[in-house]
Design a protein around this ligand. Structure first.
Ligand code: GAR
Length: 217
């Protein structure tokens, strides 16, 4: 890898398994990004322990300590900039940013979502995919824009929905792919290989180069 690694801030609210995937990837000195700071809006989030175990700086910024979304987002923004972050990765971060915050990080915020967007935005998406009778589910890494779960798609991975799936079993199958997909997509952004054209993200000049299909059972 030539040039400096991009400094990344990861925002979490809970378990942090996607954070772990990013931490693990960044152990490789060839990986083009390093995790500079992990921010949680919940003090007890297990992901904070994962970060500490990896020797990464952590801070808790609770939305409950701020009178409104603007001031909460301002505190997050200040922490990220204070740590010299150039890219922000949302990894199970369950708060919605104000447009003002998103616009201060143009094409620099990534999110991972456990559905094949644009299907199933919002919450409980694995359960809703089963209930809707979907036969294919998956996950998406996308650029965050002011509209929820609808920014340019960088990468997707698909998995089958099996007849006896529960919310838990499907979530686990998707999560395995999330852990493959997120480091790959972050690397593309950090290497400057992503170009945004309208609502499409082109990786190395091509669309859909981010598709990963998991093997069928
Ligand atoms: C992941 O499945 C992630 O895709 C989802 O929360 C989980 C966090 O798990 N994110 C969303 O639903 C955002 N809309 P983790 O804390 O183990 O990474």
């Amino acid at each position: 890898m030539t040039g400096a690694r991009k400094r990344v801030g990861v925002l979490i609210s809970g378990r942090g398994s996607n954070l772990q995937a990013l931490l693990d990837a960044s152990v490789d000195p060839q990986f083009p990004a390093e995790i500079a700071l992990v921010i949680s809006n919940r003090a007890g989030a297990y992901g904070l322990e994962r970060a500490r175990a990896a020797g990464v700086a952590t801070t808790t910024i609770s939305h409950k300590d701020y009178p409104d979304r603007d001031s909460f987002d301002g505190a997050i923004d200040a922490a990220l900039r204070g740590a010299g972050c150039e890219i922000v990765c949302l990894a199970g971060f369950m708060r919605i940013f104000t447009p003002g915050f998103v616009n201060r990080w143009p094409n620099r915020i990534l999110n991972i979502h456990p559905s094949l967007l644009p299907s199933f935005t919002g919450l409980h998406v694995q359960r809703r995919a089963i209930e809707a009778g979907a036969t294919i589910a998956g996950c998406t890494v996308h650029i965050v824009t002011p509209d929820l779960d609808s920014g340019p798609i960088l990468a997707q991975a698909a998995v089958p929905v099996l007849p006896d799936d529960t919310e838990d079993s499907l979530s686990a199958r998707i999560l395995e792919q999330e852990h493959r997909l997120y480091p790959a997509a972050l690397a593309w952004l950090a290497e400057g290989r992503v170009r945004i054209d309208g609502n499409r993200a082109l990786v190395n000049g091509a669309s859909a180069s981010g598709v990963l299909l998991s093997p069928c059972p």
